[in-house]
Every structure is written in C-alpha cells, then in structure tokens.
Design a protein around this ligand. Structure first.
Ligand code: C2E
Ligand code: MG
Ligand code: MG
Ligand code: MG
Length: 289
C-alpha cells in the first residue's frame, strides 16, 4: 500500500498540469500585487512541551487573503511562489514580520521563540545569512529567539556549502530545525553532520498513530535518532489525545497541532499564551550545544 506523503508523494502525470502553467502565472501576478497591498499576514501556531503543556514556541504560517480570490491556502501558493521565484521576496517579508512580532511580544513579556519557514530558494539566495543577521539587528531581536525551519530539500545542493551556511546561522545564534523530517529522500546519516538543533516529525507519520505499526516505527526511529544525537524533537499535526499519549510514551519532547490550536492571528495567540508560558522562557534550555 502506497500512502500519500507531503513532499514525497507518488505523482502521476495529469493533463491539467499544462493548464496549470497559465494558472500559475496568474497566481504569481496576483501575489506580487497582493504583497504591497498588505493582503498577506502571519498566523501563529503554538508549540508545546509534551509533558508539561508549557508553551515553548510559535510557528509563523503565512496567510493570503486576496481581494478577488479570497483566502488562498499556502499549500497552493507557496509551491507556486517557489517555482516563480517570488518566494524570495515573500520569504523576506515573512522573516521581517515574524521578527517584528517577536519583538512586540518580548515587550509585552511574552518571551518565546518564533519559528519561520524558509524555502530552499530563499536559503540559496546569495547573502541569506547576512540578511538574517541584518533583520535581527534592525529589529533589535536576539538571535536565540528566532528559529528557522528548513526542509531536507536544501541538501540537494553542494553539501559542504550547505553545511557552512548552517554553521554560520548557528553561530549567529539562530535555532535551526529540519521541517517535515522523514519525507525527503536524503539518507538519515546526514543529520549528524549538520549544525541543526531540532527535528520536526512530519504530520504524515503522526496522522495514523497509534494504530499504524509502520508509522509508529518511523516516529519512534526519528525520536530515537534525535535523542541519540542530542537534538530536540517536535511532532507536527497532533490532533488527538491518543497521538499525544503515544508521543509522550516514546519520549518526544514537543508537539504542535489542532489538539492544542491551529495557527491563529497574533492577538488570539496572545490570549491563548496567557498562563501557558514555560518559566523561565529561555530557548537556551531547549537548545542542545
Ligand atoms: P509546515 O511548515 O509543515 O506547516 C504545518 C502545516 O500543517 C500548516 O499548514 C499548519 O496549519 C498545518 N497543521 C498544523 N497542525 C495541524 C493539525 O493538527 N492537523 C492538520 N491537518 N494540519 C495541521 P499551512 O499553514 O497550510 O502551511 C502549509 C505549508 O506551507 C507549511 O507546512 C509550509 O511548508 C508552507 N508555508 C507556510 N507558511 C510559509 C512561509 O511563510 N514560508 C514558507 N517558505 N513556507 C510556508
Ligand atoms: Mg514548518
Ligand atoms: Mg512541518
Ligand atoms: Mg509538514
């Protein structure tokens, strides 16, 4: 039985892929118009310690409410933005906006790390590390409050260069995680050689827990790998108490998912955060040297 996995799904040629070319161009045009019009925003999804339920972070997720198209899902527009190159511009906006939000939260006493998704193309932009440093300095945010989520697809490039860039980001003090872990084609051994701090287990492996023995084995393997390497590990897409209990049982550190909350606007996140913040809220305690 072949299951659909995000990022690594089995694909068959579909005739609508040709029509999609025009649709993509239109969408790209609409995005480029929408960004300066302020039609993009960020929602934040809480990340919690599995055992204590303490809030340990917020993942910034991009939302687009277009004047004509209505709500467009990131699952739809992010791949298009990646193909057309617009993601470089959009990603830079997301980075600035999320960092600005983290600064506003710090000022309100809501001191927690904010995670930002970085696409391959953005990561490959010349001067990306410098750009991250610049954005942090300009906003006045300490690097340890920023986490960058990267996918295994960054590893398709020259590994030595990728490793150097990750190291430079880690030296800046930024936390680095591998998103959708397990869906890529890269071999597991590479994680050992990268300057990363956290693995995010993809939702596709969480979805069928605890019943599916195969997924349970994969989830346990990822957690064990993380623990063996001294990395922090978080499960994404946790929706049920049963999944939560299973993950606690295998020693997973953190989780995010509808069981706690979907991604919500900043104001709603603040309401939800009240009383849930880990004390002391120091990402340094989550970070592994
Ligand atoms: P991701 O980074 O793996 O984010 C997790 C996705 O799962 C989010 O979808 C989130 O809303 C959704 N999710 C969280 N908990 C649950 C759950 O319990 N059940 C289910 N069914 N879904 C859950 P979203 O917001 O639609 O984003 C989809 C993807 O788009 C993200 O996957 C990420 O790859 C990309 N994306 C979103 N915002 C950005 C961005 O600012 N920059 C880049 N480069 N990519 C982004
Ligand atoms: Mg993510
Ligand atoms: Mg993810
Ligand atoms: Mg995912």
């Amino acid at each position: 039985r072949v299951k659909q996995r995000r990022g690594g799904d089995v694909r068959f040629y579909q005739p609508q892929m040709n029509i999609d070319r025009l649709a993509r161009m239109k969408l790209d045009h609409a995005m480029r118009r929408a960004l300066p019009q302020g039609r993009f925003s960020l929602h934040y999804q809480p990340q919690l310690d599995l055992r204590s339920g303490a809030l340990v972070g917020a993942e910034a997720l991009c939302r687009w409410h277009d004047t004509e198209l209505g709500m467009v899902s990131p699952g739809h527009f992010i791949p298009v933005a990646e193909e057309t190159g617009f993601i470089a511009e959009l990603g830079d906006w997301v980075l600035r906006e999320a960092v600005a939000q983290a600064v506003r939260w710090q000022a309100q006493g809501l001191r927690l790390p904010v995670s930002v998704n970085v696409s391959v193309l953005q990561f490959q932009q010349p001067g990306f590390v410098q750009r991250v440093a610049e954005v942090l300095a300009h906003a006045g945010l300490e690097a340890r409050w920023l986490e960058l989520e990267l996918t295994e697809s960054i590893l398709a490039d020259d590994l030595t260069q990728v490793q150097g860039q990750l190291q430079a980001l880690a030296e800046l003090g930024v936390t680095l995680s591998i998103d959708d872990f397990g869906t890529g084609y890269a071999s597991l051994s590479y994680v050992r050689h990268l300057s990363i701090h956290r693995l995010k287990i993809d939702r596709s492996f969480i979805q069928h827990l605890p019943g599916d023995a195969g997924d349970a084995a994969i989830a346990r393997t990822i957690v064990d790998l993380a623990l063996a390497l001294g990395l922090r590990v978080i499960a994404e897409g946790v929706e049920t108490e049963a999944q939560h209990a299973h993950l606690a049982g295998i020693g997973c550190h953190d989780f995010q998912g509808f069981l706690c909350s979907p991604a919500v606007p900043a104001a709603q996140f603040e309401a939800l955060a009240r009383g849930r913040l880990a004390a002391p809220a120091d990402p340094g305690t989550r970070r592994i040297a």
